[in-house]
Every structure is written in C-alpha cells, then in structure tokens.
Design a protein around this ligand. Structure first.
Ligand code: ATP
Ligand code: MG
Length: 564
C-alpha cells in the first residue's frame, strides 16, 4: 500500500478527551474517529487490525466446532419481554421509536428461539453457534475510547447441550479456545471466577487484562493462583464469633456518635463488634443488611444473595419506615424488613447496633437470640492484604479490563422460551445452554495498552495492520526511489504486507515519527547515505534496535525476523 494514496489521517496532538494511551494512539494513528459519545468510525488502517483479530477468533471458534451465524441486530421486543430482559437491561436497551423493536445488546434470546424451533431430538445435540456482530448498549458512561462503546463488535457464542455434564465440556472447549485467541492476539491476561449476578446460571469466568484504568477489580493470590472478580472474591477473614458472657440487651445513649469509628471510640470497643445496618429495597421488599464494623457491602454479592437487584433506601423513606436516620438503624425490634447478614457475623453475640432511635444504640445484641436473621451470605468486599481463602497468602487487588466472559447459563433461557427436546426415553427435557462473549474492540485497545511507548504503537505481527513500514526518505533522489520501489515489490511478492511511505515533500523526521506512531513491527528506511554504500537500514519497533544491511539481504532479514 502506497501511503501517498492511502487515506491515513494521523494527528500530532492528543485528543483532549482521551485519558488512556490506547484511546489517544488509536485516534492519532488514524485507526478510528469519534462520531458521537461511545460511537466510532473505523478507518482503513483500524479496520485492517479489526479484520485480523476477527480472523483469529474465527479460526479458534471453528477449531472447536463452532458454526458461524449472522443474526439481525433489530429484534422484536416481545422476545425480550418473554425472558424479562426488557426490564433487566432497563435503560441500557436501545428502543426503536416507530416500531416495537429493540437493538440487541446480546443474542441469547434469538439463538435460543432458533434452537427451540429446530432442535427437537437428543440426536440434534451438541451444537456450538457463534457470530461476530454489532451490539448496541446505551452505556450510561461511554469512555476509554472503544473499550466502552454504545455500538461495538462482540463475538458471542452459545452452546446447546442435553445435560449439565455436557455443558461442562462445551464450557471447557470455550475456555481453551479463548486462551488461544488472547495469546495469539499478543495479550497478557488472566482468568477470574466471576459473578453470575441476577442472571442466574451455574458458574462463570472472566478473562481480564490488568490495567489501572480497568473498571473491574480482581483479587489475585500469587501463591496458589486464586483469582476472582471482587464481585465474588472472598478471603480468610476472621469471623466475629461469640463471646463467652452474653448479657441482656441494653439501650445506651450515644450522642454525636454516627459513624462506626465514632461509636467504637465512644464505647471503647473494637469496630468488629459493631453491626452496621444498611437499608436497601427491591421491587417488593425492604431489606436490612448487617455488616461487621467497617466492612463494605458489595452490591454484586447482594444482588446474587437476593436473586434480584436492590437499591439503597432514600433517607425520607428510611425515617418513615424505621423512625430513625441512617446512623441509628438496627435490627432489634425492626418490623416489616427482611434481615440478612454477612457471613462474618454468623451467630455472633455481644454486638452493638443502632436502636432505631436517633442518638441511641443497643449493646449486647445476640443475633441468635434477639434478631430473626433470614440468612447469612458472603456480602463483604475484600481488601488487598487479606488472606487468600485457598492458602492464606496475602491477596493482591488489581484493576482490570474485562475482555471476555464465559457463562454456564443452564436452563434459564430455555425455560423462559420453552426450548426443549425429547431424550432417548421420549421424555421432554429443557435444553442446557452456555453463552460466551468476547469484546473485539477491547482486544485491540488492550493490545495497544500493553504494547506502546511515548512515540506510538508497537504492534505484534499477528494483529499489525501491515508487517513492514517502508520509508523512502529522499524522494528527490532517483536511486533512492528506485531502490525503495524494488524493496516494495520484493516484499509484496513474498506475501509480506507493506505500507510504503512514498510521500513527496514530507521531511525524513516527519516520516520517522509517523513510522513510530503507526507501529509496524519492522521499519525499512531507504536513504541516500546508506544507499551509497549499497545498504538499507532496518529498525525493529518493539526494541528500537537498528541494523544496516546490504540491499540484497533486506528480504531475507525481514522474513527471518517475522518468522520468529
Ligand atoms: P462490562 O461489565 O464491562 O459492562 P459486560 O459484563 O456487560 O461487560 P458481557 O455482556 O459479558 O459484558 O459482554 C461480553 C464482552 O463484550 C465483555 O466481556 C466485553 O469484553 C465486551 N463488552 C461489553 N460491553 C462493552 C462495551 N460497551 N463496549 C465494548 N465492549 C464491550
Ligand atoms: Mg456491561
């Protein structure tokens, strides 16, 4: 490709709104252009990368027996109503104004109806179906460039099996395929246990790339390999437990002591003996949640415990239903609330809690005696430095970007959409499903996050838009142009993808800057001075190493470099 005729608008300045290197570099290197918040156009250079990543995904999905589909992005809203997901997605779902249609944010519903209508017998199983397709989500905070878009490409696949044992096999096939896809895309990644949330399902894992800008947080044990999203991570934190002397409850005046630390200081007890009360509500229930001391409630864990989403109760409503402000709520004598507690508080006694009366607390609370606890759940957010639940080693907590998610759905969608089959005995059984997603843009952005320097991108050959960046730096010298033209045709003939900077009137310095910004693995620089000695200069972008070689060796040097 000759740069003189290629559409490649590069920029010297960083886009003002870009905080992440990948976002800055994708715009500056002419890969993408913003159209609106969370919506991007892919320019020719960016689209070449996209196609390469998609091809890697296709090859690995085909290798596990995946069959490629292409489903409509426009979906009748009724199907989404049948599974309850118009409500579940809420404002994230894009609605069409003049028809009862929605823009699909994912495709469980449509794939399931195809399976339901066409797979009736146990002989029809198993199946692995996938597509690489545009998804639409009205993300409330689109940011970080293409990492969180309102329109993005997802590889989504779905497995259909007869049993949970067979689902386990389909799930493992995906796990292995994903490892290959991300490795081939040149990413350093890790896998964590993940939340199945209100979606139900029987297990899921996420593929993560560590990044300070990541919106996910994960706990990692460097010793035994324990790895979990904070939404499900646990630690070997000590239970609060029971003290020997259990006294009768007693109301105590605690003026001006509102926070856990203030109350603990005022009463001269350890913060762990305080049972903090948080008040949430679901669509039909008010819920009081007890946490030990300063432990933080994890809302994803709460959703999993309740089986549905819950939001904090607002102060006015709180005062109406308990008679007290947020700092003085407590479980003793509280009516019309479902009371649940964090596992650390299981069966604990000698606790201090709010008295449902401003400026008062209750001491000596025994959860086995004084409170009807509906259930103990793991609800707390763990912190760095706590002990690994597997081996006791200190946990590390890191931010990460989710690049993929594999999910054992079980029968949630087949039950909702009545997708069943007849087994060997002629008995009707629900289809057992899995669903698996990859964010295609996120692979590209994360690749750049992990492979760049101040000057620009450093592509791995596997996803690089071109293999070689050839620059002729003295376009007014006929010999230089002839030599560069020859390298260009030799490389092309050898099947090597080459971008040829043959622009007139562009200074050498400018060409070098562009070459570093664009980031092809190998740069070939044809210039007057070297050529006089019959030489051409090579520069390897990843290390910055330079090498001057005789013209005749350029092709073999590049071939051997790219082969490694
Ligand atoms: P997140 O928690 O980041 O919003 P998600 O849990 O909503 O992700 P899934 O529904 O599991 O994501 O989608 C599958 C994959 O699609 C994700 O693992 C991620 O890589 C990608 N993805 C999800 N939302 C976006 C988005 N708004 N823009 C780009 N890629 C996305
Ligand atoms: Mg999301």
């Amino acid at each position: 490709m000759r740069l003189s005729t290629y559409f490649l608008p590069t920029l010297k300045e960083n886009p003002a709104d870009a905080t992440m290197a990948s976002h800055r570099l994708m715009v500056r290197a002419g890969l993408i252009r913003p159209l609106a918040a969370g919506i991007y156009s892919w320019l020719p250079m960016g689209w070449r990368v996209m196609k390469k990543v998609m091809e890697i995904i296709r090859e690995e999905m085909d290798a596990i027996g995946g069959q490629e589909f292409q489903l409509p992005a426009l979906n009748p809203i009724e199907i989404w109503e049948e599974t309850g997901r118009v409500e579940a997605f809420g404002d994230t779902l894009f609605h069409i104004k003049n028809r009862p249609l929605v823009l699909a944010p994912t495709h469980e519903e449509i794939f399931t109806t195809i399976a339901r209508d066409n797979m009736k017998s146990y002989r029809d199983f198993p199946q692995i179906w996938y597509q690489i397709q545009t998804k639409f989500r009205n993300e409330p905070r689109p940011r970080s460039g293409v990492i969180r878009g309102r329109q993005f490409f997802m590889k989504d696949s779905y497995t259909f099996d007869r049993s949970f044992e067979e689902l386990d096999k389909s799930y493992l096939l995906h796990r292995e395929a994903y490892k290959k896809i991300y490795s081939r895309s040149g990413l350093k990644f890790f896998i964590v246990g993940a939340s199945s949330g209100a979606m139900g399902g029987t297990g899921s894992q996420e593929f993560m790339v560590e990044s300070v800008d990541g919106e996910d947080t994960c706990a990692l044990c460097d010793d035994c390999g324990y790895a979990a999203n904070l939404e499900v991570a646990s630690s070997a934190v000590k239970p609060v437990g029971r003290l020997d002397d259990s006294r009768s409850i007693e109301e105590i005046h605690t003026p001006n002591a509102k926070t856990i630390d203030q109350v603990a200081a005022f009463l001269k007890v350890s913060t762990d003996r305080l049972a903090k009360s948080l008040v949430y509500k679901t669509d039909d229930t008010a819920v009081l949640i007890l946490m030990a001391g300063n432990d933080q409630l994890n809302e994803a864990k709460l959703t999993a415990a309740l089986g549905k989403g819950a939001v904090p109760m607002q102060p006015e409503e709180l005062a109406l239903s308990t008679g007290a402000g947020a700092g003085s709520i407590g479980p003793v004598g509280l009516k019309n609330f479902r009371i649940i507690a964090d596992k650390r508080l299981e069966d604990a006694n000698e606790l201090i809690s709010g008295a449902n009366k401003d400026d008062y607390h209750i001491a000596h609370v025994d959860l086995m005696r004084d409170v009807k606890v509906d259930g103990y759940y793991d609800l707390r957010t763990i912190s760095a430095g706590e002990s690994c639940p597997g081996c006791g080693h200190q946990l590390r907590v890191v931010n990460a970007i989710e690049i993929g998610h594999i999910f054992k759905l079980g029968t949630k969608y087949s039950a909702a959409l009545h997708a069943s089959y007849l087994d060997e005995a002629g008995e009707e059984k629900p289809i057992v499903m899995g669903s698996y997603g990859i964010g295609v843009e996120r692979i590209i952005a994360c690749h750049i996050e992990q492979n760049h320097d101040d000057n620009g991108i450093k592509w791995d050959k596997a996803v690089s838009p071109f293999d070689v960046h050839l620059a002729s730096v003295n376009m007014d010298n006929k010999d230089v142009v002839a030599a560069a033209d020859k390298v260009y045709s030799d490389l092309k003939e050898a099947g090597i993808e080459v971008l040829y900077d043959d622009r007139q009137g562009v200074t050498p310095g400018f060409k070098f800057k562009d070459a570093d910004l664009l980031g092809m693995p190998v740069q070939v620089i044809v210039g007057e001075r070297n050529l006089k000695q019959g030489n051409i200069e090579l520069k390897f972008r990843s290390t910055g190493e330079r090498k001057v070689v005789p013209s005749a060796q350029v092709l073999s040097e590049i071939k051997s470099y790219l082969a490694n």
